[in-house]
Design a protein. Structure first.
Length: 424
């Protein structure tokens, strides 16, 4: 038994006992009320989900298992995975054991490569990526053993599927990039490399000094989890609550991530930055950025990357990416533009009465860093996001199955019934 599974087997029983006692003693207490505006506004802000892996306080941003993001930006993705699952960072022995376990699972079935090779050459990278995950459903240990296991064992087989998937995703994602954009033959994994380094290696981009590998490590860490209410996490959790295995569940969540209002945001931000540079013939001045910002707003458009559905401060994920850029590509014209936009745009947005959050979110800067290292194919950016978000989605599912959370089934009403409720 792996050290991770031993750890979870040791801590989960007490957590489950505590939750049952807590609910039994307080089950009739109200924790949220729903307004009509919330019902018709995507249920935004309604406290109705359980997510113990992370939270996003509006005044702080992402906190993973009680640790603010600034405390863990130097950690490997494998360390974040352990933290999400157990609530603790791994020690050296635990990290080495988890990395060895993941490396033992990284071989992708040949039929996956065959299917990807048969897809149309103009397929969207996300369609290719999600197809690869879904077609591997035949490998699900949860599905194969479902009829022979107890509810108390659901988390163990969900963990098995999760580790199998997470281990394979960098190779699949890298091949999607190389296949879809004609970058050459598939690159085999690098022996002994961590998830981020291996992903960078298999993408095949120039990385003489290892900075791109560091960016991939940071990218996988920063995008791994963002509480349970975002579209990808919530969609995956809903499907998994029906006891669909992780292959079905993760694909469902990542299909949501492919939407323009969720995972496509970073490429929209980069497009706006490049358009600004094109308009002014290079890196614009602060005054030019201010002018173009007002022109964008006056045209009824938003400034991509600024504002967030939950946050009311600068996204700490943006802060981490910005710090990486200052250290590794401060002389890059695209990053310099992002830096100046960060300096100018919030001051403009503060002057717009209806804007409650003028600060940048994670997408405002991440695309410029990818662009700097030669990853300029915008359509692929959501696949990068997906490799990372899979870590959080899978972790949430393991915990949900351990807790024995029921199938998700909120009540819906027709508009006529809501009118009756409002009018008495």
């Amino acid at each position: 038994m792996s050290l991770l599974k031993q750890k979870l087997a040791g801590i989960l029983p007490d957590q489950i006992k505590d939750i049952k006692a807590f609910v039994a003693a307080n089950g009739d207490k109200k924790v949220s009320e729903v307004t009509l505006a919330q019902a018709y506004g995507g249920i935004r802000g309604v406290k109705a989900l359980i997510c113990d892996t992370s939270e996003v306080p509006p005044d702080k941003g992402l906190i993973i298992r009680g640790k603010e993001l600034g405390e863990i930006t130097d950690k490997l993705p494998e360390e974040i995975l352990w933290l999400l699952l157990t609530g603790e960072l791994p020690n050296k022995e635990e990290l080495a054991d988890l990395q060895a376990d993941l490396q033992s699972r990284q071989d992708v079935p040949t039929y996956v490569w065959n299917i990807l090779n048969e897809m149309p050459s103009d397929s969207h990278p996300m369609a290719m990526f999600n197809t690869a995950i879904l077609v591997m459903q035949r490998e699900s240990k949860f599905a194969k053993n479902y009829n022979d296991i107890t509810k108390a064992e659901y988390w163990e087989y969900t963990l098995e599927d999760s580790l199998d998937i997470i281990a394979k995703l960098p190779a699949i994602a890298a091949f999607v990039y190389r296949k879809r954009f004609d970058k050459g033959a598939r690159i085999e994994p690098k022996a002994g490399a961590d998830l981020g380094e291996n992903y960078a290696h298999m993408l095949g981009l120039n990385d003489d000094k290892g900075a791109f590998a560091n960016l991939m490590r940071l990218y996988l860490t920063l995008h791994s989890d963002h509480e349970g209410g975002n579209v990808s996490a919530f969609s995956a959790a809903t499907v998994n609550s029906a006891l669909s295995d992780m292959y079905y569940s993760l694909t469902a969540g990542l299909n949501g991530l492919a939407g323009p209002l969720h995972g496509l945001a970073n490429q929209e931000c980069l497009k706006w930055v490049l358009e600004t540079m094109e308009m002014f013939g290079g890196t614009p001045t602060d005054e030019q950025i201010e002018k173009y910002t007002w022109e964008t707003l006056d045209a009824g458009k938003v400034i991509p990357g600024y504002g967030h559905a939950v946050l009311r401060v600068t996204d700490p994920r943006f802060t981490a990416f910005h710090a990486f850029g200052l250290e590794n590509c401060s002389d890059d014209p695209v990053f310099q533009t992002v830096d100046r936009v960060f300096r100018v745009v919030p001051e403009v947005l503060k002057q717009v009465e209806k804007i409650s959050n003028p600060w940048p979110n994670v997408d405002a800067g991440s695309g410029s860093l990818l662009y700097h290292f030669g990853l300029k194919e915008f359509e692929y950016y959501t696949v990068l996001f997906s490799v990372s978000r899979a870590i959080g989605i899978c972790s949430q599912s393991v915990i949900a199955r351990a807790y024995g959370l029921p199938i998700t089934r909120p009540k819906s009403l027709p508009t006529a019934k809501f009118k009756q409720l409002v009018n008495g």
